[in-house]
Design a protein around this ligand. Structure first.
Ligand code: B16
Ligand code: MG
Length: 218
């Protein structure tokens, strides 16, 4: 990359801004154990960026029996209750490394910032972390018809911040989310495991490792 050419930024939440992926896993594990089965740790990666009902279907691959549609609705609601209990203790200390600094720097540079999270709990999480005001637009996950890896959520975020997708950088920790960013026509920066996020244009361990000046005019 020669000179900074992007004018908008769109972030995923769980695993990029907020250290909440572990809470999703704990809530699914509690549900599974109550139902009489366990889930392996690899489920942690498999449900990243995947919406609630699709995540449940992954979890139920490890169950000993079939669950009807109404039973699945009830299970998803129960898991959400456990997750909501876990995030009640969230504070600004639960921001992932570099997240606060990156948001403040972009904001100071006048770069519009969007959130593209599959989570229907995104607003309370942003409030608990104290960063809701840093975002110009938050996509309401309830209005998204096709979840990640479909590009819909990142495209909605780009419309929301008023920047063409080709001029946006998308930040994601999940393979499904990276696909969504690429399909939307944005530049994809993966946060986390480079092996897992091979499809991204670049991957960094955390947001603290991203040199913003390479992408944005600060
Ligand atoms: P909820 P992200 C995703 O958030 C999580 O990574 C994924 O594990 C979760 O199932 C999904 O949100 C739905 O969350 O049950 O709270 O609506 O990574 O897209 O910010
Ligand atoms: Mg994520």
């Amino acid at each position: 990359m020669t000179e900074p050419r992007f004018t908008g930024a769109v972030f995923d939440l769980d695993g990029v801004i907020a250290d909440t992926a572990r809470f999703h896993f704990l809530a699914w594990q509690r549900l599974a154990l109550e139902e009489g089965f366990d889930i392996p740790h690899e489920v942690d990666d498999r449900v990243k960026g995947v919406d609630r009902m699709a995540s449940l279907r992954i979890v139920l691959e490890y169950a000993d029996r079939q669950y009807s549609a109404p039973e699945q609705e009830a299970l998803a609601a129960r898991k959400n209750g456990y997750y909501v209990d876990l995030i009640a203790s969230l504070t600004p200390a639960d921001m992932l490394p570099g997240a606060g600094e990156v948001l403040r720097t972009l904001r100071a540079a006048g770069i519009p910032i969007g959130l593209a999270s599959a989570s229907k709990n995104a607003l309370p999480v942003l409030k608990a972390l104290g960063v809701l005001d840093e975002f110009d637009f938050v996509v309401d996950a309830a209005t998204v018809t096709n979840g990640k890896p479909d590009p819909e959520i990142f495209l909605k975020a780009a419309v929301g911040i008023g920047i063409a997708p080709a001029n946006c950088v998308g930040f994601e920790d999940a393979p499904a989310g990276v696909t969504s960013i690429r399909q939307a026509g944005m530049y994809a920066i993966g946060i986390g495991n480079a092996e897992l996020l091979r499809e991204a244009d670049e991957v960094f361990p955390t947001l603290a490792d991203v040199s913003l000046a390479r992408y944005f005019k600060l």
